[in-house]
Ligand binder design. Sequence first.
Ligand code: NAP
Length: 331
Amino acid sequence: MLASNLMAPRGLALLGCGWIARRHAAAARRLGVPLLAASRDAARAAAFAREFGAAAAFGSYEEATRDPRAAGAIVCTPHDRHLADARLALDAGLHVLVEKPIAPTLEEADHMIAAARSAGRILMVAENFHFMPAFRWVHALVARGGLGRLRELHLVARGFRQPSGWRLEPAAAGGGVLIDGGIHYVHNLRRWGGEVRRVFAARPPQTVRIGGEDAVDVLAELPDGVVGFLANSIGARGVSRVQWSTVTGSDGTCFVDNRGRWALVRGIAGTRGRLFLRDTRGHERMLSAFVDAMATGAAPDCDGSSGRRDLAVVLAVYRSICERRAVDVEC
Ligand SMILES: NC(=O)c1ccc[n+]([C@@H]2O[C@H](COP(=O)([O-])OP(=O)(O)OC[C@H]3O[C@@H](n4cnc5c(N)ncnc54)[C@H](OP(=O)(O)O)[C@@H]3O)[C@@H](O)[C@H]2O)c1
């Protein structure tokens, strides 16, 4: 790394050296963004920094956020830590890219949004589905009327996995699968179909040990009578690893691989497909968007209010499950 790069305040402090931090670190290395790796454990931070060629390693989040090389921070900690860790970074004058969900409650999300506003700093939620090339392609197709009048969205993401660590603690995770991996599909539902107005949800009997639901089925009312269906599970043994989301309009249907490797459209205009080979998970594009927003001060895609809207749908689903009735999504 060049000395001039290290001197410039354009580094990103990575708070927490767990699983998703590896994706951010790999993207930062490919983009040449200096990284300051921070862990509660100095040895872990040092090993992480060596592996990803980070500019520095810290045994405390505080130290990393106060380093003069840092311009922003990426919060990669458990859900109940997001507000405190984002505030730590904002108080140090840094811009913040916080992992999804923005927070486990709307109240915490509101505090974070207000804190970023009063600090005059960018707050962006790391919703990588928004930046995945295949999902952007679907969004563009729907937006230009390529499927005709929108009718239905079926988003199915089911598999089998036993989570561990903080995901077993209800207070740390704030829920089960939907607030964790499932919130990505909530984002796609909103992005492709418009704001979710009302949901009815149910959960099947639990099979996997986790702090919340291991599966959920959601029926959603979207604008103009469009219907959304979202099935999300980590308790479904034996299902195919290849899964896709389906968007149907009056003129045809689009199928898109949940991992963002391909998309297919069939309908009155015939059949066509697309393969996506580069940055399929959108991490480079997302980090570039954050770096650009830090440089320009312009509100990024997936700002705090977008993350809050995704969270509001998740929390309405949880209320619907508890109250066994359809629930309006809080604006
Ligand atoms: N976008 C995606 O596709 C995606 C995928 C997975 C996860 N995520 C999100 O990323 C965040 C982290 O998830 P993860 O899967 O990376 O979890 P993880 O592997 O457990 O990493 C979380 C890290 O947070 C730090 N931490 C701070 N306080 C902690 C505490 N009280 N208990 C446990 N860890 C604590 C730890 O890092 P140190 O020990 O180094 O301090 C830990 O390694 C969550 O918001 C999650 O929803 C996003």
